[in-house]
Design a protein around this ligand. Sequence first.
Ligand code: SF4
Ligand code: SF4
Length: 331
Amino acid sequence: MMSQRQADGLCNPAVTLQARQLLGLVCVRGGAPCPLIDGGEARGVLERLAKDSTLSIRLCSNAEELAHYTATLDRRPDPVDAFNRKRDLDVLQRLGLCPGDTRRGRYLIELLFERIETPVGICAFDTEGWEGCELAHQGAYEGVRGRGWREIVYCRSDEERAEYREPNERAIAGGDRLFIRPHHLMCMSCWYNGGEASGKRPNDTLAEVLERIQREPEVPITLVEGPCQACDCCDGFDPGTGRCVHACGLIRDYKKDLDVFQRTGLMPGATLPAREMMDLLFERVASTRDICGYGDGVVTAEEWRICGGPEGNAGYARTRETGIFGDRQGG
Ligand code: SF4
Ligand code: SF4
């Protein structure tokens, strides 16, 4: 039985690295003895990432430690320190992060591989005095990147996900109630698209949830905060912690849940018959723009990207018109 609260990795990181050492981890994984990170430390972090996609990593830089030049005039400049500072800031700038930022392992490595194709231009240059690391030209980083983030970070196997799916489908089909995070009722409606959807969804069991609700409109739904009964088979669901390690699960899905709670006047743990719950949702939430687009449709940061577009998901609007029982007459 999981305790009610667990240590918050994002506010209490498990690992702290200089930002440049993120590149070093990849090079070490690719067989290059990167000079930016101690080999033992790199292997230790890699071993943890290979087992735990939720591992929280804080990225640092010493830029903020620089004193005003008047305090340093009698000191010899340190070229290695300056080069490393540039590497740290190059990595942070490409990732859209700041010194001190913490992200989960899977999020960081996916973002790293999306944004940084090669360490050349960060770890090494063809400028005299800035030649840097010879290993940067040997392709170790590029080779690992080419094989994808799963080379570094743990990902559930298809077999394990299938093992979780089977009992989950049974519980959804026959349990005495459903446990759903509120914004997932909206995702279900986006997907249903006014009756256009069919088949299963590979990453969740929202299609099965919909099927149960349509078959049994009075089935109670208990609203929960965070990953829910529809998540068990998702590659982003981490059964050990109950967290979602997809980019949406980093933080924005928590806000979506709470925004739906506020709009509907409900709190976590609230239980209503499915028909009543869906009616309340459609009455109080006219568009995904209000929840997934934060009301104004403005993306303030990568972490707060908008699903369904800034103007709202057309599938949700259609389902809100038709209802999920085919008996709703417009919003
Ligand atoms: S727009 Fe919002 S409700 Fe629709 S699928 Fe995306 S996250 Fe879910
Ligand atoms: S684990 Fe995350 S991405 Fe997967 S279904 Fe749940 S909330 Fe969605």
